[in-house]
Structures are given as C-alpha cells and as structure tokens.
Design a protein around this ligand. Structure first.
Ligand code: 3PG
Length: 208
C-alpha cells in the first residue's frame, strides 16, 4: 500500500506547527491515544526536522509527513529526518522534480485546473486543495476535479476544514483525506493540552 492510500485509510491528517521539540513525543502520544497515529509536521517552525526525527525514532508506528515544504533543501531535510511524504500549500515545479528524484512522495497544493495539470505532469498521486473552504468548498472541488477523474488523482483539502464540514469533504470519492490544524493547534501544543488534543482526534475519527 502506498503512503497516500495509508492516509486515505485514516481520512484526517492533523496539520501541526510545533515550536518546542520537547513537545514532539507528548504530541505524538496524544494523537495515538486519540486514534489518529499520523501527522503533517510543518516546516513553519525551525523545530520541524528535529520533531520528525524524534517521532520517527521513538514512535516508529506513527505515520509522519512534512508540511509546508517550500524548497529543495527542506525536501532533503524532511526525507533525512524520516518523513514518509511531504506536502506544500502551493506548487513549485523545481521542488516537485527534486522530490521525485530523491524518492519523497509529494503532494503539492493546487487551487486551479492549471496547477492541477502541473501536478499531473510531475506524476503526483495526490494534491492538497488549498485553501479549501475559501476556494469554494466541496462544490468547487467537485467541479475542478471532474475533468481529471480518469487520472485517479486524489485530494487532501485543507484550509477551513472543521469537524462540521469534514463529512461533506469525505463524501467526495476523490478526497483521500482532509487536513487541518484544529485537532492540535499551535496554542494547544504550547499549552500542553494533550487531553484536549486526544479528544479532538477522537472526535475527528468518529466523524470519518
Ligand atoms: C494547512 O496548512 O493545511 C492549513 O493552514 C490548515 O488550515 P486550517 O488552519 O484552516 O486547518
């Protein structure tokens, strides 16, 4: 099973920004306790590589990807740290080509048919649809993806996904998994609200 199929099985990918590497393992344990043993650790903080490495080493059953990967160097760092996949909010052909060369499954962000075609040209199996709600929500994704259904490309909507609209997204067959920051917000991580994060994860799983 490839990594994007594994994400599909879970249906929800927590999008994480951690400032303090010491929070990596408690966060991983909170997500595991909530039934969501996967995370997109974003390169929005300097700690990203260290966190990916810590979780990969200490909680090897957890599925860890790198988010907000904007450069070739970040793709290298993500892979070296143990990331099983990477994503970004937008699409950059040079980063995609590099990710392919190093063997890092990469889901770039798209919002238009032209961006989607660039992703297809680079052999992407999954794209992020970002920012999902402001870009038009499930109705927009349904329309934009219709001409490409035969390619089998899958989508990971993020940006404004909430427990309330999660089921609408997952009812679209082309949606592999949604993503979002609401399960483990930067503030909740900083405040070490591990029980709350577990509850959010559990509530998300219940809606998948
Ligand atoms: C992302 O990076 O995927 C988005 O910032 C997540 O958006 P959200 O904060 O609305 O979940």
């Amino acid at each position: 099973m490839n990594i994007f199929d594994t994400l599909s099985n879970h249906g929800v990918v927590p999008v994480i920004a951690i400032d303090d590497a010491a929070d990596a393992i408690p966060l991983a344990d909170a997500l595991i306790a909530g039934g969501l043993p996967l995370a997109e650790i974003t390169f929005r903080t300097d700690a990203a590589s260290a966190i990916i490495k810590a979780i990969t080493n200490e909680r090897p059953d957890m599925i860890v990807g790198a988010g907000t990967v904007l450069t070739e160097a970040q793709a290298d760092a993500a892979l070296a740290a143990g990331s099983q996949f990477a994503l970004s909010p937008g699409i950059d052909a040079a980063v995609l080509a590099h990710a392919r060369k190093i063997g890092l499954p990469f889901a770039p962000g798209v919002m238009t048919p032209s961006e989607l075609q660039i992703a297809l040209r680079h052999g992407c199996e999954m794209v992020k649809f970002f920012p999902a709600m402001p870009a038009g929500g499930p109705a927009m994704l349904k329309n934009i993806s219709a001409p490409y259904a035969h390619t089998g490309i899958g989508f990971n909507p993020t940006g404004g996904v909430t427990p309330d609209n999660l089921a609408d997204w997952l009812s679209l067959p082309q949606v592999r998994a949604v993503g979002g920051t609401w399960i483990a917000t930067r503030d909740d991580i900083a405040a070490k609200n591990w029980d709350k994060i577990s509850q959010n994860a559990r509530a998300a799983v219940a809606r998948v």
